[in-house]
Design a protein around this ligand. Structure first.
Ligand code: BG6
Length: 487
């Protein structure tokens, strides 16, 4: 029997997380092709649908956006200019003592349309420089292959992942980067928040949803293709980089029944099972039987090719990573009022406070998530996103006193320690948006998560200069003490 572990393990991977589309900018430099998020415009708060603005739903809408091109405000095209400032940013991460840095490779930087046979050397060279810079400081890159950055061409030509051909394009991309970076990158993730297509088919699977007849059929078929692509990427990774580990990534939705009425429990369980469907396939290697009823009742028939089930079964992931921001409440009564998060709605929890964006803050929910996921799968877990999106104020002397962020992180890290004591195997923690970046859900710059402030507003005005917030030194101390000193 293994010993009781009451502190963070020795080799715990502390760090920060980002994504190319929210960070890099330089959307048309270095031979990069357009990606799906390059086409998402900033929409002021009052005009947003469901609290977010991410979807492009039809060919017509996409053509109109392409025609406007440089006319509009497309914040993800400029990011925070990491493309030109990565050295300065990585030096700051190193100063905080990061053990790991999560970033994604922009697929269209390597294959501009997604269909080329030969990669774009300039794109590959960019990530070589970034990885070298990280390794110079002893920071392990943790690389997501696909974080909402599908080449736009595949949307136009294939309606995204609905087309089986995209599996081969993706695997070719994955093999290319595994071969190129095999000596530099030992931690990989396949698809960011693989379950997001349920809420945003365009961002998760590159689907223009108005162009299909049966929307759910299209989404689940696309997801099947992504599962197969992910399993084939796992296989390729193990063959090309035998000492690497590769994981899946889930937006974990922890959900409580509103009352002890069994109807509320069934409602919560249904949401929970749907959330775990994704990790069941990627960790266990097969479709769970509870999905049969859902598929039958919603006229969904997954088309599988011979060999698909085998590849899923034979190549599960090595670890399960997830994002965690909030929890939800479920009721058996469909009329109950809904609260808005990015992609998810639910009923207000009277025991919790919420962020300025209405996300219900629940540190203990993180411990619950860790315990449940570990109980179910018994594989190492990795929290690759967590944090507080908040408005920050720069004082006259330039200081930024983000005590609210420190409180949020402290409480969550404390619950991680509790979960470790409960027996959970946790590999690491990368706080989301360790440097301020463009919001995925709203394209705002003013929704900030970072330890490092970036001087830019929602319209791209500002010097882009970096400065340290109060949380910078706090997180540095947390890492230096391996999570012992959270004060
Ligand atoms: C996750 C995404 O859903 O949440 C990130 O993986 C995203 O890309 C993060 O930035 C926070 O969401 P938002 O909308 O506040 O940026």
């Amino acid at each position: 029997m293994s010993k009781l572990q009451t502190t963070f393990p020795e080799n715990f991977l502390w760090g920060g997380a980002t994504a190319a589309n929210q960070l890099e900018g330089a959307y048309n430099e270095g031979g990069k092709g357009l990606s799906i998020f390059d086409m998402v415009e900033f929409v002021p708060k009052e005009e947003r649908v469901n609290g977010h603005a991410m979807d492009v739903t039809s060919k017509r809408e996409l053509e109109a956006l392409l025609a406007r091109d440089t006319d509009g405000n497309f914040p993800k095209r400029r990011g925070i200019d990491f493309y030109h400032r990565y050295k300065e940013d990585i030096a700051l991460f190193a100063e905080m003592g990061f053990k790991t840095f999560r970033l994604s490779i922009s697929w269209p930087r390597i294959f501009p349309t997604g269909t080329e046979l030969e990669p774009n050397e300039e794109g590959l060279a960019f990530y070589d420089k970034v990885f070298d810079e990280l390794l110079k400081y002893g920071i392990e890159p943790l690389v997501t292959l696909s974080h909402y950055e599908m080449p736009l061409h595949l949307v136009q030509e294939n309606n995204g992942w609905t087309d089986r051909k995209v599996v081969d394009y993706f695997v070719h991309y994955a093999e290319t980067v595994f071969k190129r970076y095999k000596d530099k990158v030992k931690y990989w993730l396949t698809f960011n928040e693989i379950n997001i297509s349920m809420f945003s088919p365009y961002i998760g699977s590159g689907i223009l949803i108005d162009e299909v007849e049966n929307k759910e059929q299209a989404v689940f078929q696309a997801l099947h293709h992504q599962f197969v692509a992910s399993a084939r990427a796992v296989k390729a990774c193990h063959e090309i980089i035998p000492d690497a580990q590769i994981g899946c990534m889930l937006a974990r939705l922890e959900v409580y029944p509103e009352t002890c009425n069994p109807d509320d429990t069934i409602a919560a369980l249904d949401i929970d099972q749907m959330n775990l469907f994704f990790t069941d396939v990627q960790v266990r290697g097969y479709y769970p039987s509870f999905m049969n009823r859902y598929f039958a009742e919603n006229n969904i028939e997954i088309e599988m090719l011979p060999g698909d089930e085998e590849i899923l079964l034979q190549h599960p992931v090595d670890f399960l990573s997830f994002s965690y921001y909030m929890t939800m409440v479920a009721s058996g009564d469909p009329e109950k009022k809904k609260e808005k998060g990015n992609f998810f709605s639910g009923i207000q929890n009277p025991y919790l406070r919420a962020s300025d964006w209405g996300w219900q803050i629940d540190p203990k929910g993180l411990r619950i998530a860790l315990k449940k996921l570990y109980d179910r799968y018994q594989v190492p877990l990795f929290i690759v996103e967590n944090g507080l999106g908040a408005y920050d104020t720069v004082e006259e002397d330039g200081s930024i006193n983000d005590d609210y962020r420190i409180d949020y992180l402290r409480e969550h890290i404390d619950q991680m320690r509790e979960a470790i004591t409960d027996g959970v195997e946790l590999m690491g923690y990368t706080s989301w948006g360790c440097i301020d970046l463009i919001s995925a859900g709203t394209s705002e710059m003013s929704k900030r998560y970072g330890f490092i402030y970036v001087d830019q507003d929602d319209y791209g005005n500002g010097t882009f200069a970096r400065s340290k917030k109060k949380s910078f030194d706090w997180y540095k101390k947390v890492i230096a003490t391996n999570g012992k000193d959270l004060d």
